[in-house]
Design a binder for this molecule. Structure first.
Ligand code: NAD
Ligand code: ISE
Length: 340
C-alpha cells in the first residue's frame, strides 16, 4: 500500500517535491496539502488530495502517514514538534529551525519519543558526486583531510533574500556537507567580506568568505556568492596529506558556434541537484514506511543551526566565534571528538 503523505508549504520547493512524489517516485501518494496561502495550496494539490486549513489538522489526519515540511524556516519548529507528538515520520526542508533553542526542543522531543522520525533536507548527501567524494576521502587515498574548499554560487536570489541569509540560509548546506564529508564537527567560525559585488541589487553584502574550523583541525574555506549571473555553480575540493580530490564538472552538452565552445551551467538548485532530491526522497519513503527516518538527522539540523548562529556573530565581531554543542544523544550515533 502506498505511503500517504501530507505536504505543508506549497511554494517553490514544495511544488517541486509534489512533482517528484507524484510523477517520479513510486510507493507514495499525496493525500493532503496545506499552505497559509490557501489558493496556492489548492493550485498545487494533486488530484484527490485534501486541502487542510491548518498544518496541525493535516498532521493529525488519519489519511496522512508521513509529512513533508516545505514552509518557511521560522514555521518549522512548531510543525516538527506536532509531527513528533503524532509519532509520524517527517521530512523537513532546511533550515531545520532558526535558533539553537528550537533545535534543542526538536532533539528533546525526538529523544523522548525514542525513535528517529526527522530527516532534514540536506540533499547534497544524496548526490552521486558528493557520495563518491566521501568514499574517496574515507578510503584514505588522499591521506588525512587538511583543507576543504566549498564554493556555493547562485546566479541570483529573490528580492526577500537579505545579507544575513548568506549565513543562515545558504551556508547551512556547506556546513552540513563539510561535517559529513570530513566526519567531524565544526568548533568555530570566521567570516570575511571581500570587495562587494555591485551586481544583483538587494544591497547585499555579497560575496562572503566563511572559514569553518573543524574539531580535528581541518579548515573549510567556503565562498558564498549569490549574484554571479552565469548559473548555479557548486564546487568542492579536499586537500589531504598526500593528494587532492574534487567534485567533477557536471557533464553537459558541448555547444560550438560563433561565440566559441561552451557547456551550459545549471540554472539553479532544482536542476543541479535533481537526482539528489529524487534519491533523498527514495530513501525517506523506505524509512517512513517503517515508521522511522534515516539520513540527515535533527542532530545535523542542530549542528548547522549552531554554525549559522556563530557565522552571524562572526560577521558582527570580525573575530573567531566558538561553537559549543550539547552532548550528543545516543539516538544520533557516536559523538565526534571535540576540540578542547
Ligand atoms: P517559498 O516562499 O516559495 O514557499 C514557502 C511556502 O510556505 C509559501 O507558499 C508559504 O505561503 C508557505 N508557508 C509559510 N509559512 C507557513 C506556515 N506556517 N504554514 C503553512 N504554510 C506556510 O519558499 P521555498 O523556496 O519553497 O522554500 C521553502 C523552504 O525550503 C525553506 O525553508 C527553504 O530554505 C527551503 N529550500 C531548500 C532548498 C534545498 O535546496 N534543499 C531549496 C530551496 C528552498
Ligand atoms: C536555497 O534555499 C537552497 O537551499 C539552495 O540549495 C541554496 O543553493 C540557496 O542558496 C538557498 O537560498
Amino acid at each position: 500500500m502506498a505511503l500517504k503523505v501530507g505536504v505543508i508549504g506549497t511554494g517553490m520547493i514544495g511544488q517541486d517535491h509534489i512533482r517528484r512524489l507524484t510523477k517520479v517516485l513510486s510507493g507514495v501518494e499525496i493525500t493532503a496539502v496545506n499552505d497559509i496561502d490557501v489558493e496556492r495550496a489548492r493550485e498545487a494539490a494533486p488530484y484527490n488530495a485534501e486541502v487542510f486549513d491548518t498544518p496541525q489538522a493535516l498532521i493529525e489526519s488519519d489519511n496522512v502517514d508521513a509529512i513533508v515540511i516545505c514552509s518557511w524556516g521560522p514555521a518549522h519548529e512548531e510543525q516538527l514538534l506536532a509531527c513528533i507528538a503524532a509519532g509520524k515520520p517527517v521530512f523537513c526542508e532546511k533550515p531545520m529551525v532558526t535558533s539553537e533553542e528550537s533545535a534543542i526542543k526538536v532533539i528533546e522531543a525526538e529523544v523522548a519519543f525514542g525513535k528517529r522520525l526527522v530527516q532534514v533536507g540536506f540533499m547534497r548527501r544524496f548526490d552521486s558526486d558528493y557520495r563518491q567524494l566521501k568514499r574517496v576521502i574515507d578510503s584514505g587515498v588522499v591521506g588525512t583531510p587538511l583543507i576543504y574548499k566549498s564554493v556555493h554560487r547562485n546566479a541570483s536570489v529573490p528580492s526577500h533574500y537579505i545579507s544575513d541569509m548568506c549565513l543562515n540560509d545558504t551556508l547551512v548546506h556547506d556546513a552540513d556537507i563539510s561535517r559529513w564529508l570530513l566526519s567531524d564537527e565544526i568548533v568555530g567560525v570566521e567570516v570575511r567580506y571581500p570587495r562587494r559585488s555591485n551586481v544583483g541589487g538587494n544591497d547585499l553584502k555579497n560575496p562572503v568568505i566563511v572559514l569553518l574550523h573543524m574539531a580535528a583541525g581541518a579548515i573549510v574555506d567556503v565562498e558564498i556568492s549569490v549574484a554571479i549571473q552565469y548559473g548555479y555553480d557548486i564546487r568542492g575540493e579536499v586537500s589531504g596529506e598526500t593528494g587532492v580530490a574534487s567534485l567533477p564538472n557536471r557533464p553537459a552538452t558541448v555547444v560550438t558556434d560563433m561565440n566559441g565552445i561552451r557547456q551550459a551551467m545549471p540554472e539553479d538548485w532544482r536542476e543541479r541537484f535533481i537526482e539528489a532530491y529524487d534519491q533523498e526522497f527514495r530513501e525517506w519513503i523506505i524509512a517512513a514506511e517503517q515508521g522511522t527516518a534515516t539520513g540527515p538527522s535533527a542532530w545535523d539540523g542542530y549542528a548547522s543551526t549552531l554554525t549559522a548562529d556563530a557565522a552571524l556573530r562572526a560577521a558582527d565581531s570580525g573575530k573567531f566565534e566558538k561553537i559549543a554543542m550539547i552532548e550528543k544523544p545516543a539516538l544520533y550515533g557516536e559523538q565526534h571528538a571535540m576540540a578542547a
